[in-house]
Design a protein around this ligand. Structure first.
Ligand code: SAM
Ligand code: SF4
Length: 461
């Protein structure tokens, strides 16, 4: 029913036939700073800009865009692995069916609730639930697990947004998930390059390129318009993959009036029995280029940076345009209740680079001048397409996003922060409050901050 809209030939032709100059790069960056999405050709210019002075321009442009548009907010979430049974054989993944060494497990609803309580007791409010691909993990199962997550409360803790990373579903399946109120439905194409896709997806439903590619068309058809796309960098040429991510974005925009809510750009990490060569591994420097170019190409799309990367690189990449990060991450099955601080590759999909606690990550964010946010207001008020709104409605960020970040961060400080984080965090809130120009908004926020001190929760504009 849906077409394969990715042409390797078309994207490669664009990449091969583009001219780069400092002047053209300046014009393209100016367009991004005016919050316009770039075309494939413009993005290809940025991808082909290999001279250091051009790369520096791109980094500076991305930083400026991030500062002007997203400000200093960084949204925090945690991944939660629900089940690692899998009938696919993705060569890069520790959960592939042929891997006998990984310990297989599906959380019972009680186990799941235990994990959720452990996450809530650290202050998490937003989760991404992750599933292998298996007949047991159908839409009904996913819906049951989402309901269990939302129902589980620990003291004043609750999960306010459950995003999903699972196999593509049919339209009926997505409708079931829409009913239980999921957040973003993420499907990473892993690689958009047809031949590479075939080589790394040996068997199982995931070996069908088109079924996966059109997975989010079916979500849109079902009325789920909050979707995330991504590439696993390290399988094929990163320049091609970035252009293909943009092609996917354009496809969604043109057909459904809304692009992806988020883009993810995981880099390949070590996994048990991984069978991928190192030809296309992405260096740290190229990884930064990927993030900066994506920031400029799709100014209104959330960019997610995960704990696959280490703390030092995460810090450097953040300023190039990242809007969401995970923190306090454990990806072993039952990793949050059974936390011994060590990674066990036999229980997880791949190795992570940043296993610091949520409180430690928040401490660093504050000292780097960021405002941690757990905000879920737009989604819960039916203001979907929040990133789009941030751009489309003048003053939206000042009026809503900034204040809501303060309120959700205050909750964290009162309920979960260490003494050290609380001290620097309260100082940051006072500074940010003083920066709010509109008297009415400032007084409103001051009042709500007082209410949070007195025990009220879940206040937002
Ligand atoms: N089974 C679902 C699927 O394949 O879509 C859920 C996704 S999987 C549990 C989450 C994502 O992890 C994959 O889409 C892939 O991009 C990424 N991943 C798999 N193996 C990886 C590795 N060795 N290093 C880094 N990321 C990896
Ligand atoms: Fe299964 Fe997903 Fe891993 Fe592929 S990436 S083996 S589908 S869990």
């Amino acid at each position: 029913m849906f077409n394969n809209f990715i042409s390797d030939q078309k994207l490669n032709d664009i990449l091969d036939n583009i001219e780069v100059s400092g002047e053209i790069i300046d014009k393209i960056i100016e367009k991004s700073l005016n919050k316009e999405r770039l075309t494939l050709e413009e993005t290809a210019v940025l991808l082909n800009a290999d001279k250091q002075e051009w790369i520096d321009k791109i980094f500076a442009g991305a930083k400026e865009l991030k500062r002007r548009v997203y400000g200093d907010r960084v949204v925090l979430f945690a991944p939660l692995y629900v089940g690692n049974l899998c009938i696919n054989n993705c060569k890069y993944c520790g959960f592939k069916a042929s891997n006998q060494e990984v310990e297989r497990c599906t959380l019972s609803l009680d186990d799941l609730k235990g994990e959720v309580k452990a996450l809530e007791s650290k202050g998490q409010k937003r989760l991404i639930l992750v599933y292998g691909e298996h007949p047991d993990y159908d839409a009904d199962f996913i819906a049951d697990t989402v309901r269990a997550v939302y129902e589980t409360k620990e003291n004043s803790g609750e999960i306010r947004r459950a995003n999903i990373n699972a196999a593509p579903l049919d339209v009926k399946g997505y409708k079931k998930l829409k009913e239980v109120g999921i957040g973003t439905y993420q499907i990473f194409q892993e690689t958009y390059h047809h031949n590479t896709y075939k080589k790394v997806h040996l068997s199982g439903p995931k070996s069908d390129y088109k079924w996966r590619l059109t997975g989010l068309d079916r979500a849109m058809e079902a009325g789920l318009d909050d979707v995330g796309i991504g590439v696993l960098f390290g399988l094929y040429d990163w320049k091609y993959e970035v252009l293909a991510l943009l092609e996917h974005t354009i496809h969604l925009e043109e057909n459904y009036g809304v692009g992806p809510h988020t883009i993810s750009f995981p880099r390949l990490k070590r996994a048990v029995n991984m069978e991928i060569g190192d030809e296309y591994l992405v260096s740290d420097e190229d990884f930064k280029r990927i993030v900066a170019i994506l920031r400029l190409a799709v100014p209104y799309t959330g960019l997610i940076l995960t704990a696959r990367e280490d703390a030092k690189l995460r810090k450097e990449v953040m300023e190039l345009g990242v809007s969401q990060i995970d923190a306090g991450t454990r990806i072993e099955m039952k990793g949050y209740t059974d936390d011994d601080g060590e990674q066990d590759l036999n229980k997880e999909q791949f190795e992570i680079g940043d296993s610091r606690s949520l409180d430690e990550v928040i401490g660093e964010l504050i000292s780097d001048g960021y405002m941690p946010s757990f905000c879920t207001a737009c989604y819960r008020l039916g203001r979907t397409g929040e990133h789009f709104m941030e751009f489309a409605i003048p003053g939206f960020i000042k009026r809503y996003c900034g204040p809501n970040a303060l309120l959700t961060f205050k909750e964290y400080l009162v309920d979960y922060a260490s003494d050290k984080t609380k001290e620097v965090g309260d100082k940051l809130i006072a500074e940010k409050l003083a920066e709010i120009e509109d008297d009415n908004t400032r007084e409103d926020i001051e009042e709500k901050l007082r209410e949070i001190e007195e025990g009220k929760r879940d206040l937002y504009l």
